[in-house]
Design a protein around this ligand. Structure first.
Ligand SMILES: Cc1cc2nc3c(=O)[nH]c(=O)nc-3n(C[C@H](O)[C@H](O)[C@H](O)COP(=O)(O)OP(=O)(O)OC[C@H]3O[C@@H](n4cnc5c(N)ncnc54)[C@H](O)[C@@H]3O)c2cc1C
Length: 389
């Protein structure tokens, strides 16, 4: 068993680390100031400029296949990159990516949606959640009814990331009520011009999703992504694209937060001594470091299984659950280590505190991950001994 990085992995990881340190972190105070004023932290042209800079060094489309100009990196490498990006709260990601399910599009759809999304000329959003169907996504009610060569879509979607800025939506609608999620849900790719509307949802985070409304939105039959009736499988494929990536980013945030906490603890004196000398503080540091290490290996195990075509669903759920829970505990401890300052808006700790909270909710809540993990074990599908057996 070799738990070390290859030379190539180390080289790419170090390149990203340097990029984040030199190009991203210096923007943090500006981003924080803007967000405090209620503005977008990173402007669209700034994001594009940063992405162009990375692209000049060949950094484009981390997981995008080479035939589309991407780097086609594996899951472990992607996780290592996400950890580095997670060390800053500046909302940055490398350009050149597109939703995995768009690669299942037909040639015409690829030209119209996939290629412009990779190029950064179009923004997509993925819409399955509804006011009455979140965890229970099989229960969606948005309906599409066939009318000659067209489909007419009616329904409401909610909490859709990028929903307020997206140029097109991949929306999931019931096309056969009898079959429901088992062959009766279809995915449609729909341009904003077709008539759906969006409305932003304010959240405790710095970026908000949106609700979408479809009222007699007409689309041609050719708007179907994949096959009619097979939409639910596509939705699950989109959600399963890499659950390890969210906790990977959170892992980077935890590393940085604990570093900040330690620096503060060394400097802050109470009762004539740095608080770093106090056992109460040391235990916070120790527990956080152990949990960070455990999370690292949960994330990398899941990613390694993806790279080796091993069924990774259990590991991904474990990484997502543990990452969400522990990142929230760690940011809370680091806030506590900072005392009153941690609670202020002068430091970014409270920002991370608010942002990390959503990790326990989207792309499968804690409870839904636990449900999956327990079901897999109780049905005998997997063993508590893990993949080593
Ligand atoms: C910021 C943000 C971005 C999002 N982005 C998107 C997006 O881009 N596209 C999209 O389609 N959706 C998106 N979502 C929706 C997200 O996936 C749902 O919010 C999530 O799946 C939970 O659904 P819900 O909010 O309806 O909660 P509910 O399903 O109503 O759950 C409420 C509570 O009950 C628990 N619960 C539910 N069922 C069970 C059960 N069987 N056993 C035990 N506990 C249970 C849940 O864990 C939760 O604690 C986003 C959400 C947020 C907050």
């Amino acid at each position: 068993m070799d738990l070390s990085l290859s030379d190539e992995e180390r080289e790419i990881r170090d390149w990203v680390r340097t990029f984040v340190t030199r190009e991203i972190m210096p923007l943090e105070s500006t981003v924080l100031e803007r967000e405090r004023r209620g503005e977008r932290g990173l402007r669209r042209e700034e994001l594009r400029e940063l992405r162009d800079k990375a692209k000049q060094s060949g950094f484009f489309g981390v997981q995008t296949p080479e035939e589309y100009g991407g780097m086609a990196l594996g899951a472990v490498m992607t996780a290592l990159i996400e950890v580095e990006l997670g060390r800053s709260f500046v909302p940055f990601s490398f350009g050149g990516d597109a939703d995995n399910i768009l690669y299942s599009a037909n040639d015409e759809q690829k030209q119209r949606y996939l290629l412009p999304t990779i190029a950064g000329d179009k923004i997509s959003c993925f819409a399955i959640t509804e006011p009455g169907a979140g965890s229970d996504a099989r229960n969606i009610r948005t309906a599409a009814v066939r009318d000659g060569d067209e489909w007419v879509i009616n329904g409401e979607k909610t909490f859709i990331t990028w929903g307020d800025v997206a140029d097109f939506v991949m929306v999931f609608a019931v096309t056969d009520k009898e079959k429901g999620a088992d062959g009766g849900v279809t995915c449609f790719v729909v341009d904003r011009e077709a008539g759906w509307t969006s409305s932003p949802i304010p959240t405790m985070g710095e970026w908000g999703p949106a609700s979408l409304s479809f009222q007699d939105v007409r689309v041609p039959h050719s708007a179907i992504l994949g096959e009619e009736g097979r939409g639910f499988e596509l939705a699950m494929r989109w959600i399963g694209k890499g659950r390890y990536m969210l906790p990977a980013r959170a892992l980077g945030a935890c590393e940085r937060l604990v570093e900040m906490g330690m620096e503060h603890a060394r400097q802050r004196e109470t009762f004539g001594e740095p608080i770093a000398n106090r056992q109460a503080i040391q235990w916070m540091v120790a527990d956080s470091a152990v949990e960070i290490e455990a999370l690292r290996w949960l994330v990398l195990t899941a990613a390694w299984q993806v790279d080796h075509d091993i069924d990774s669903r259990q590991s991904q759920s474990m990484a997502k659950l543990y990452g969400g829970v522990k990142a929230n505990e760690i940011v809370d401890r680091v806030l506590q280590m900072h005392g009153g300052m941690g609670y202020t808006r002068e430091l970014p700790v409270e920002r991370w505190y608010r942002e990390l909270r959503v990790l326990r909710i989207y792309e499968g809540t804690d409870e839904i991950q636990r449900r999956t993990i327990a079901r897999n074990l109780l049905s005998g599908h997997v063993s508590v001994r893990g993949h080593l057996g």
